[in-house]
Design a protein around this ligand. Sequence first.
Ligand code: ZN
Length: 150
Amino acid sequence: MSDLRELYQELILDHSKHPRNKGEIEHANHSAEGYNPLCGDQVTVQLAVNDDNIVTDAAFDGAGCAISTASASLMTEAIKGMSVEKATLLFNAFHSLVTGKEVPPDSPDLDKLEVFAGVVEFPMRVKCASLSWHTFQAAIDGSNDSITTE
Ligand code: ZN
């Protein structure tokens, strides 16, 4: 178990130091900003969703702690190429994981996102880990008026 924990920490450290998909994407048609006042994490999530409701591209920007940055980095990697519906199910699974609830049985595979299982022991960190996901949901739910792609 301690080896596994070390591996998890390494993955989080790697993604916080070298975040994937950080910056802006062209042709984004959904975006939202998120803020976690408990820690001061700020994140902007940009998504490109096509007519078939597939997330064709995803990126984030902002400043936050290692957990929030790694979570945003791993989230953008995970949802790229996924349907919005599946990504939303993945969010539900992830949220269950970090809040210590049972992950719904029909959820998409959490895969690397399992590394955040440990935050359940640190209630202050749950919001850091879930910030980018809530922001993703806000980007999907919101109107597209913050960004127009013509
Ligand atoms: Zn944080």
